[in-house]
Design a binder for this molecule. Structure first.
Ligand code: DCB
Length: 341
């Protein structure tokens, strides 16, 4: 009897520890559960403290894939592929990365149609969708403030009533002279005002200095508006502990963080898959309830692309292992909850 008592006690404690060790696990992180999509279950997202929460105020972690530059790989931003990512990959989120320069929106406004396709597909399939104003080559988001306001005015008028929408208003500000105080924050305040005139609730995510690596800088001088989050990006072969310290500092200062883009590779998007470092980041994000989108869906042959070189040229989804790159195989396992413990 005594032994059984002890066994029962040990089992009980183990069960308790197991159920506390992942407070987000039970009904979260599934694209579909009991026949209900993630948007049907979580509904209108909201920020409480530093947590992204569902409509009932429960913290949630949502994860998915980013498109590559829509000017290059926009063909993947279609319903077949997005639904496939939901059903086979368990993606709860799709990010539509609309570059501004590098042949993006400044060169052709028609790229916006790939964003619209993305949003329509995600609404239809009950997924969250990130509308990404992909500042990279233009460095300073202020450089195209009017264009950004016009774009987000249109998007928030068209889609503001759908809980699926997440606005990412400047991907990666960069350059020595581009600061939070003088460039990013003033830009964000203007664009947020524009969006909020049409859409009072959906989450708006703001980039941070040095390719969105400095959420702790934004955290010291936060934007006074609700449902705002700040970005951290990382590339597992380039960024580790020091970057995570920035996130910790930001959270400590009460700034909510969303990782709208990260890669398993070097910051170039290439240079090998760094699995160990990737898994350290995944553990950190899970522990801190940080949502994310992985870079990126393409078959370009760079290591951060989830498809093997040249695969699925027709962009239909339905991939098997031989269509995926080593990066793709790893990301699929992670999003399907087959790796993290
Ligand atoms: C980010 C960008 C993203 C970029 C990836 C990988 O840039 F947001 O647009 O994607 O990280 O570098 C790459 C594509 C390439 C493409 C290239 C140019 O994968 O196929 O040719 O964009 O459009 C980062 C992120 C971090 C850092 C630097 C950059 N960093 N960057 O820490 O130094 O310079 O692009």
């Amino acid at each position: 009897m005594k032994v059984f008592g002890k066994i029962a006690l040990v089992a009980g404690v183990a069960f308790l520890l197991a159920s506390c060790s992942n407070k987000y696990k039970d009904d979260t992180r599934l694209a579909i559960e009991d026949g209900r999509t993630v948007v049907e279950r979580y509904g209108q997202l909201q920020v409480i403290g530093t947590d992204l929460c569902n409509q009932d105020g429960k913290p949630v972690q949502i994860r998915g894939i980013s498109s590559h530059g829509l000017q290059w790989y926009g063909k993947y931003a279609n319903e077949d592929v997005i639904k496939w990512l939901r059903d086979d990959w368990n993606c709860q989120l799709w990010r539509a990365a609309m570059y501004i320069s590098e042949g993006g929106y400044l060169s052709s406004k028609a790229i916006k149609n790939r964003v619209i396709d993305s949003v329509d597909a995600c609404i239809k399939n009950g997924m969250y969708v990130m509308i990404d104003w992909h500042v990279l080559g233009t460095k300073d988001p202020m450089a195209h403030l009017d264009l950004a306001k016009e774009f987000f005015d249109e998007m928030s008028k068209k889609y503001g009533q759908y809980p699926n929408i997440i606005y990412e208003i400047c991907n990666e500000p960069n350059g020595d002279n581009v600061t939070w105080e003088n460039n990013i924050k003033p830009y964000a305040e203007e664009v947020i005002k524009t969006i909020r005139a049409n859409d009072p609730n959906n989450i708006i995510i703001v980039g941070t200095p040095i390719w969105s690596s400095q959420p702790q800088i934004a955290a010291k001088n936060q934007i006074k508006a609700k449902n705002i989050m700040y970005t951290v990006h990382f590339y597992a072969g380039t960024h580790g502990k020091e970057h995570r310290r920035n996130v910790k500092k930001a959270l400590k200062l009460g700034a909510p963080v969303f990782c709208t883009e990260w890669g398993t590779t070097m910051a170039s998007g290439d240079g090998g898959v760094f699995e160990k470092s990737t898994l350290e980041w995944m553990k950190f994000f899970e522990e801190n309830n940080i949502s994310w989108a992985n870079w990126a869906l393409n078959n370009k042959g760079e290591d951060s692309g989830i498809l093997a070189y040249g695969k699925d040229k027709e962009a239909k989804g339905g991939w098997t292992d031989k269509d995926l790159s080593p990066d793709g195989k790893l990301i699929r396992k992670i999003i399907r909850n087959e790796i993290e413990k």
